[in-house]
Design a binder for this molecule. Sequence first.
Ligand SMILES: [Zn+2]
Length: 132
Amino acid sequence: MAQLAAQRAYIPKAEGSTPSRSTKRLELAWAAGFFDGEGYIGCMCSAPSKRGHTTQIAIPQAHPQVLERFVAAVGVGKVFGPYRARKKNWSTRWQVRIYGKDARAAIASLLPYLSDVKQRQAKRAVSCGTEA
Ligand SMILES: [Zn+2]
């Protein structure tokens, strides 16, 4: 056993098999910048359906690949679509939507990299309904 452990120490780690910690951080920073510009964050209670306090993240996008990268970076969520354009000059849309516990997990990962404005929106969305 000891010999095996010693041998293992000399085997170089395969590059790119699992993302390194710094790669993950880089991807999160990218995701936060992308979300800052393109994403929506809020609480479902402000939706017309009045569905109570559920944190919601949504990002509409013309290219699903960008959204797949976002989902991989934050580790939660799903890409929905394609949605047909409702007007002739609109492009087909894809959308990432994340709700509730998953949305709060994504926010927690992104928060340090978000702009002040988005951070305030995020904190308001997460704490919505919890204030007395
Ligand atoms: Zn609410």
